[in-house]
Design a protein around this ligand. Structure first.
Ligand SMILES: NC(=O)c1ccc[n+]([C@@H]2O[C@H](COP(=O)([O-])OP(=O)(O)OC[C@H]3O[C@@H](n4cnc5c(N)ncnc54)[C@H](OP(=O)(O)O)[C@@H]3O)[C@@H](O)[C@H]2O)c1
Length: 341
C-alpha cells in the first residue's frame, strides 16, 4: 500500500519510527513525506535505511534529503508525480479554517485516495462534508487518533452509537497534567513550565487552557455518532491560575477537581467543558497526569476507559491501526491522478 505522509513533526516521525521498528515498510510503502518546506519522494517506497535518514533530518528538513528531496513541493505536486493509495494527514490542527489539513484531505479525496488523520481541525470545520465526499468517492476517511491518541475511544463509541446517552471525560491530557500537579503541591506557574518542558501543550497553549481542544474532541465524537455539534455552541470554563484555589477548595471538601468534557445525547445534542468537582471515588478522579479517561453512559450500562491521551508515539499507534484496517479491508480504490499510468 503506497502512503503519502503530510506533516513530519512529532506524530509523523513517530509513525515512520513504528513502521521501521516493526518492519512494516514493505507492506506500507512510504512514497512521499511532506513538511512545511517541501517533500521527499520515492516511487518505490523508501527503504529502511532511507527512512532512518529521513528521521535524522531536522524539523522542516524532509526536502533536503539527497536525490529524493523536492524543496517547495506541495501535496498537489507530489500527487501529480507519485502514485499513491493513502494520505496520512498530520499537519497542525486549525479550528477556524481547517488549515492546510483541510485542503490536503479534500485534495486526497478528490484524487481517490483513502485518508487517515490525527488532525482535528478539518473534522471540526467540515467533518460531515468530508465523510460524504469520502462515501461518494468510495474511499475511507479514518481518524481514530484525533481523540485520546492511541486509546481506542472512537471505535468503542461507534459500537455504542444506538444506546449512548451521555459521555463524560477528561479529554485533554495537558490541562489534566496541570491540575494533578497542582493537586500534588506545585503552583500553576511551575506546573505550566513543566508541561512546556515536556512538550505536552499545543503549540498555542490557549487551545488547551480555553478548552478548545476538548470541545473540538466533543465535535468529533458527535460526528462519529452521526450528530452535528458546532465548536462555537460548546460552553467552556477555562484553566488558569485560579485552579490553585479551586484545587485547595476541592481538597478541603475531600473531592477532586477535573476538567471534564461532557456530551449530552438525550433531547438533542449539546456539549460543555467544565472545571468540575468529582467524588474521590469517581472513576474520573483516577485519571492522573497525561492520562485521559472517559465514562460512557448507555441506557443500561456504564463503561469506563482510560489510557494515554496523546504523545507522538501513542498517537502514531492509533494512526497505524487505521492504516492496518484500510490495508485489511482492501485499499485498492478509484485511484490517483498519478496512477493513470
Ligand atoms: N502530538 C500529539 O500528541 C497529538 C495527539 C493527537 C492528535 N494530534 C494532532 O496530530 C497532528 C500532528 O501533531 P504533531 O504533534 O505531530 O504536530 P507537529 O509536531 O507540530 O508537526 C506538524 C508537522 O506539519 C508540518 N506542516 C505544517 N504546515 C504544513 C503544510 N502546509 N504542508 C505540509 N506540512 C506542514 C510541519 O512542518 P515543519 O516540520 O516544516 O514545521 C510539521 O512537520 C496535529 O493536528 C495534532 O493536533 C497530535
Amino acid at each position: 500500500m503506497r502512503i503519502v505522509i503530510a506533516g513530519f513533526g512529532s506524530v509523523g516521525r513517530s509513525l515512520v519510527s513504528h513502521i521501521v521498528e516493526r518492519g512494516l515498510y514493505e507492506k506500507f510503502r512510504i512514497v512521499a513525506v511532506l513538511d512545511s518546506k517541501g517533500a521527499a519522494l520515492n516511487f518505490e517506497g523508501f527503504r529502511k535505511g532511507e527512512l532512518r535518514e529521513l528521521l535524522s533530518t531536522p524539523r522542516g528538513g524532509a526536502s533536503t534529503l539527497e536525490k529524493a528531496g523536492r524543496p517547495g513541493y506541495t501535496l498537489i505536486d507530489v500527487l501529480a508525480e507519485v502514485p499513491a493509495d493513502v494520505l496520512v494527514e498530520l499537519t497542525p490542527s486549525d479550528y477556524e479554517t481547517g488549515g492546510a489539513g483541510l485542503s490536503h484531505i479534500r485534495t486526497a479525496l478528490h484524487y481517490g485516495l483513502h485518508v487517515v488523520t490525527a488532525n482535528k481541525g478539518p473534522l471540526v470545520v467540515a467533518g460531515k462534508s468530508l465523510l460524504e465526499e469520502a462515501e461518494t468517492r468510495r474511499v475511507k476517511l479514518k481518524f481514530r487518533a484525533t481523540v485520546m491518541g492511541g486509546t481506542p475511544l472512537i471505535p468503542l463509541i461507534s459500537s455504542l452509537r444506538h444506546s449512548l446517552v451521555e459521555l463524560e471525560g477528561v479529554l485533554n491530557a495537558s490541562t489534566n497534567y496541570l491540575i494533578t500537579r497542582v493537586e500534588e503541591g506545585a503552583t500553576f506557574d511551575e506546573a505550566f513550565k513543566e508541561a512546556l518542558r515536556l512538550g505536552v501543550l499545543e503549540a498555542d497553549p490557549t487551545l488547551d487552557l480555553r478548552g478548545i481542544d476538548p470541545a473540538a474532541k466533543l465535535c468529533i465524537l458527535a460526528l462519529v455518532l452521526g450528530r452535528e455539534l458546532r465548536l462555537s455552541e460548546i460552553e467552556r470554563d477555562e484553566v488558569g491560575e485560579g485552579i490553585e484555589e479551586a484545587v485547595a477548595t476541592a481538597s478541603s471538601r475531600r473531592v477532586k477537581l477535573r476538567y471534564v468534557a461532557i456530551l449530552h445525547l438525550e433531547d438533542g445534542v449539546w456539549g460543555e467543558v467544565r472545571l468540575k468537582e468529582v467524588k474521590a471515588g469517581d472513576l474520573l478522579a483516577s485519571v492522573k497526569g497525561l492520562e485521559n479517561g472517559v465514562k460512557l453512559r448507555t441506557r443500561e450500562n456504564e463503561v469506563f476507559m482510560k489510557g494515554l491521551g496523546g504523545g507522538g508515539r501513542a498517537t502514531a499507534e492509533g494512526v497505524l491501526e487505521d492504516l492496518m484496517d484500510i490495508y485489511e479491508e482492501g485499499f485498492r480504490g478509484p485511484n490517483t491522478l498519478a496512477t493513470r499510468e
